[in-house]
Structures are given as C-alpha cells and as structure tokens.
Write a protein that binds this ligand. Structure first.
Ligand code: HXC
Length: 519
C-alpha cells in the first residue's frame, strides 16, 4: 500500500519535472532572438504577481488517423489557458506558444481555447487572447478548421457581453485572423506581429507582387490603413501595458458599469482656456485633442484607433472620475469632414460604448460629409448610415457639444437632438445650418449674383447676412434642438452636472430579433 502511494507520487512529480523541462531557458532563446517573449513571460507581464492559475496544463494533442507528418506530443498542446487578476480584477486568458509546432491550432489546442472562452462568458469577465500562431495545424486538417469555427462562434456569443481583446504577438494568418477581427479590440506589436488572409508568397504567386510581411500586414498597416488593429506599440512590454490601461476603463461585463476611480486629486486643466482654443476664423484648423484635455480629468484620455481615420477622434476618458467615451471631429485633419473610414470608426466605437454602459460625449466641429466621386462610389451613403444607426440605437447617456461648425447631414449624424441626443449644447460661435455660408449664398442667390453689377461685393454682403441670421446656434436654441448655449469655460462643470442627471437613464426597446444595421 505504502509502495503504491509512493509510486503514484513519483509519477505526479515526474510529470511536473517533464513539464518544467519543456519550458527551458534555452528554448525561450528562440523567441528572444526574434525580439519576442515567450507565452509565459507575456502572462507574467499581464497578470498581477502570482495571480495566474493555469488550467489544462497537461493535456496532450490527439494522435493522427493518417500518415502525413507528425504531431509532437507536448504538455499543453501549444496554448496556455487560465485566469488571474489584472490590477485586482478577474480576467481570463489564452496565450499561444509558438515554440510548440508554431503555436498551430490543432483540435486539443482549440478545445482549450473553447473551454476558456466559455468560462469567461459564464463568469462575466473579460477574455484576452495572446496570439502567436502559424494558424490551422496542417496535420490535423479539418479538425483544426472545426476548432476555429467553434472559437469564432464563442467570439460572437460573447460579443457585447464581455470585453474581448486580441493581442497579436506573432503571426496570425489565413482564416485565423477572424477570431481577432470578431473581438472588440486588436493590439499589435511593430516588427514582430502580422495579420493577413493570404501571405506574401501567395501575393507573389497570384499577382507577381513583392511585399514583405510588415508591409502587407504589420502593426502600422493595420493601425493606420486598414483599421483592423486599434493599437500599435513598439515592443511587447508596452503592448501589454496598453492592454492593462484599456482594461482599467472597462466594466467586466455588460451588466456592470465601468469602474469609478476614487481619487481626491483630479486636477482639470484651466477651463478658461476653452474660450481661446477655437480660432475666430471658421476656416482655421485647431487640434481637438487640446479641447478634450481641457474638459476631462487631467491626463485621462486614452485614444483608440489614433492613426486610422484621424479626421474623427475616438477614445475613453474620465470626467469627474467616471468613464466616458468621446467621439469628436478633428478639424486639423481634412477639416474634420466625415468620410467612409471615419463613419466606420465612429459607428463601431458608439456601439462598443453602448454595449458596455459607457456614456458618450460628442464634440462637434464638422463642415459636412467629404464630397467626391471616390467617396460616393465606395459607398459613403452606406457607411455614413452606420454612424446614424449606431447613434440612434445607442441607449447609454448621449451628449453633444457643438464647438463651431455643425452643417447638414453631418449635424444630424453627430448625435443631434432629434436623433436622440439627451443633452445638446453649443458654444456661442457655433454655426448650425443646412450648409456653410458660401454654398448657401451660391444656391439661393444664383440669379441675383449673375445679374449683379458687383457680384463679389454682393456675395460678401450675403455671406455676412447668412452668418448673422442663419449660421449661429440661436435658431436651434429657440427651437429646443439645442438645450443651452453655454460659455466654453463652463463646459466641464455643465457636462458633469448633466451626466449625473442621466446616470439612471433607462430605455425600453421595441421587442425585435435585431435591427439591420447597414453593414
Ligand atoms: C503545423 C506548423 C504550422 C501549421 C508552423 N508550423 N505553422 N505546423 N501547422 N500551420 C511549425 C513548423 O513546421 C515548424 O515546426 C514550427 O512551426 C515553426 O515554424 P517555422 O516555419 O520554422 O517558423 P518561421 O520561419 O518563424 O515561420 C512562421 C510562419 C510559417 C510564417 C508562421 O511557419 C508559416 O508560414 N506557417 C504556415 C502558415 C499557414 O499558412 N497556416 C495555415 C493558414 S490557413 P518545426 O518542427 O520545424 O519546429 C488557416 C486556416 C484557418 O489557418 C481557417 C479558419 C477558418
């Protein structure tokens, strides 16, 4: 009996030793040489000290039913799953281990991800995927594809219920890119991570074009051109710090509110500066980020998709310690016009905020939608409609502050009162009208201008008259479409007061399966 017990313990210890041997320092070197960390080092950075608990560390891959290639028997099958605390809050995670068959996804590997996704959803806690994988494990064939399909399905079930974050820290190729694409946010690291559906070899074969991994699907490409990634950092340490920062703004699930800080030391910037930040000349650009930083709690702005469609700004911030989502036009890029990419970026952000109980603040200075054949042919109608749909559908508190221009369809789409804005404010220099003075004068007084002795003088007078009588905030104010015209210096205090008034906002929706957002 005593011997049986000793044998059982010996086996228990042997397994542990074999597991430890699998994670040798020598092995880690292979990742380090590529400028990458190992999966375990990444987990150490992400989770609070000693808080990570691993699950299924000893599972092994299934054997093959055919003779093509081999599947190496290794504990864990190339992915680490578990849970732990990030800044004291519960988070679930899976981290792919490139050192085991290139982090490729076989059936058991997929079953582990499936298990942790389901667990995160059941417990109502965020899930983070640290992705470093050659994709579907070729030897395991359709079993791998089935595994991906289950993972995608879990992503979709969890969408809008728990925050899902994908961190690309190596390859993500082929259909494997679609799990990250189905999650809320994608982080990438420059030079060591890439995402594409078909790689450089296929591009060469099919199109005879030479392109590097980085050029085709690197972090900067996805964070600026395609908009697939929301964040790009120079190294893995900073990438993980970024993930932790994002998590600090998010509730654990859709039934909770975002965390409130209880600090006594929030210092706002000097609000009086707000009177000076917007230039008198309506055509002069300025940086909307300056305005944002003068309204929110100091240094609390966390911008999302900073380099993609920069004509619209999206980000999370704190106002009087409470989280808000900010969507703002950026007059210093394309005069802040709304185009296809900014519509998509804005709509997705509004829907994220709405799903996770984050009140929205719109800071508006928009001359209109971007005109042009390219925009029309590429579907600005369809894409602009997404932003309209997202705002009108969102039931979180929604406030708009018009700083300067608010023209035409762009005025409507930026959470105008009649689209569903809860509170709509304007600064005294706001211009709220169907279109800008020049365009309006040309259309309404076309005949008079053609017949005038001095058309330049007449146009100048009419533009002035339009500015004075139409392009101001007071017509909208008198109709109640703007609740109040406010002194810019009072903006922060006003917003704090009305967000407080909206904190128990509740909206009953018409029962339906789901709407049909123009995708
Ligand atoms: C099995 C794989 C693998 C895979 C890599 N490996 N990818 N094993 N299935 N998909 C193994 C390699 O055989 C090698 O094993 C080890 O991982 C490291 O790979 P290397 O090629 O030596 O590394 P590196 O030079 O850094 O190149 C990494 C790579 C390359 C660019 C990812 O391995 C590659 O191109 N892999 C295939 C990518 C791919 O086409 N995947 C299928 C995508 S389609 P050894 O034993 O030598 O160490 C897909 C469909 C999903 O994923 C559909 C979902 C709906």
């Amino acid at each position: 009996m005593e011997q049986d017990k000793r044998k059982a313990f010996r086996r228990f210890i042997d397994r542990q030793e074999a597991f430890i041997a699998q994670n040798s320092a020598e092995r880690a070197l292979k990742q380090h040489e590529k400028g990458k960390l190992t999966a375990r080092e990444r987990l150490d950075l992400l989770f609070d000290e000693d808080s990570f608990t691993e699950i299924d560390a000893y599972v092994v891959p299934e054997g093959l039913s055919h003779g093509f290639g081999k599947v190496k028997r290794s504990f864990g099958d190339g992915v680490i799953i578990g849970h732990g605390k990030v800044n004291g809050r519960l988070v679930f995670c899976y981290a792919q281990d490139f050192l085991v068959m290139g982090g490729s996804l076989g059936t058991v590997h997929a079953a582990k991800i499936d298990k942790i996704q389901k667990m995160a959803l059941k417990m109502g806690a965020p899930i983070i995927g640290l992705i470093d994988s050659g994709g579907a494990r070729i030897q395991e064939g359709v079993g791998s594809l089935a595994g991906y399909a289950r993972i995608f399905r879990n992503n979709i079930k969890a969408s809008g219920v728990i925050p899902q974050i994908s961190v690309i820290m190596g390859p993500a190729a082929g259909g494997a890119v679609y799990s990250p694409a189905l999650t809320d946010f994608i982080f990438m690291t420059r030079q060591t991570s890439y995402m594409f559906v078909t790689g450089p070899d296929v591009v060469k074969e099919v199109l005879n074009e030479d392109v590097t991994f980085e050029e085709l699907g690197g972090a900067d490409v996805h964070a600026s051109k395609s908009g697939v990634a929301h964040f790009a950092y120079d190294d893995e340490e900073n990438t993980i710090l970024g993930v932790k920062k994002l998590l600090s703004f998010l509730p654990s699930n859709n039934l909770e509110n975002p965390p409130i800080l209880n600090r006594q030391d929030i210092i706002p910037e000097n609000s009086d500066n707000l009177r000076l930040l917007v230039p008198d000349d309506p055509n002069k650009p300025y940086d909307m980020v300056d305005v944002i930083s003068h309204i929110i709690d100091k240094n609390s702005f966390f911008e999302i998709s900073e380099n993609f469609a920069p004509n619209i700004i999206t980000g999370l911030a704190r106002l009087d310690q409470k989280v808000i989502g900010i969507l703002a036009n950026q007059p210093k890029v394309m005069a802040g016009t709304i185009d296809i990419d900014s519509s998509d970026k804005g709509a997705r952000f509004v829907r994220f905020c709405d799903a996770f109980n984050i009140p929205i603040l719109v800071l508006e200075d928009v001359p209109g939608f971007l005109p042009g054949v390219n925009q029309e042919h590429a579907g600005i109608i369809r894409h602009g409609a997404k932003l309209l749909f997202a705002f009108a559908e969102a039931s979180v508190p929604k406030i708009t502050l018009i700083l300067r221009k608010a023209y035409g369809g762009a005025y409507i789409v930026m959470n105008s009162k009649n689209l569903g804005g809860d509170f709509n404010f304007a600064w005294p220099m706001a211009e709220v009208a169907v279109m800008g003075p020049e365009g309006a004068v040309k259309i309404i007084y076309r005949k008079e201008l053609a017949e005038a002795e001095d058309p330049v003088k007449l146009k100048k007078e009419l533009v002035e008259k339009y500015r004075e009588e139409v392009a101001n905030p007071y017509i909208a104010d008198e109709k109640g479409y703007i609740d109040e015209v406010i002194d810019p210096a009072d903006s922060r205090e006003k917003l704090i007061t009305v967000y407080d008034a909206l904190k128990n906002k509740h909206v009953e929706r018409q029962p339906k399966k789901h709407g049909n957002i123009p995708l």
